[in-house]
Design a binder for this molecule. Structure first.
Ligand code: ATP
Length: 143
């Protein structure tokens, strides 16, 4: 049975539709949600959302924090920021990674947290962007 999913950011609605399963980076690690999941509310960490589509394909989404509400038949993701794999600007993520790597060296331990998060976001975006080739089901038109 499919489950309805809505993914929004402060800027836009990224996805709305039915999927077989969604996996997302919850407070306790990567979790999978199917139809009829027990209701729950959790925070999202920096990581990857995978939409297991009804046609058998998968969509990969980079997400950088937020909250998710699971209802028996619907998952609502309110993301701080989120990009589909094919929307990720690789050069921008590489530049962000480099900036963060350089600036972390000059910081005291207690000032490192924001830079560590920027590092995590850029690494995760690069990882998800790598998956764009696998995003479409075999046989469908490539971009
Ligand atoms: P940067 O330092 O490159 O701005 P960031 O991690 O500080 O990266 P965020 O604050 O997480 O960026 O996001 C700001 C906006 O830019 C969001 O709308 C996000 O979706 C978008 N964004 C950030 N990095 C990328 C990227 N590499 N490709 C596409 N969109 C991105």
């Amino acid at each position: 049975m499919p489950i309805e999913v809505e993914i929004v950011t402060p800027r836009r609605q990224l996805f709305a539709g039915e999927v077989e399963m969604i996996t997302l980076p919850g407070a306790d690690g990567q979790m999978g949600v199917l139809h009829n999941h027990a209701p729950l509310l959790t925070i999202l960490s920096i990581g990857e959302i995978v939409l297991h589509l009804l046609d058998g394909g998968q969509d990969y989404i980079a997400v950088s924090g937020g909250v998710v509400e699971v209802r028996p038949n619907k998952v609502i993701v309110l993301a701080q920021s989120a990009e589909r794999a094919d929307e990720i600007d690789i050069e921008r993520a590489q530049a962000a990674l480099q900036r963060a790597q350089e600036s972390i060296r000059n910081r005291d331990t207690e000032e490192r947290r924001p830079v560590e998060l920027a590092l995590e976001r850029s690494r995760m975006r690069l990882k998800v962007a790598e998956k764009r080739r696998r995003q479409r089901t075999p046989g469908s038109a490539s971009e």
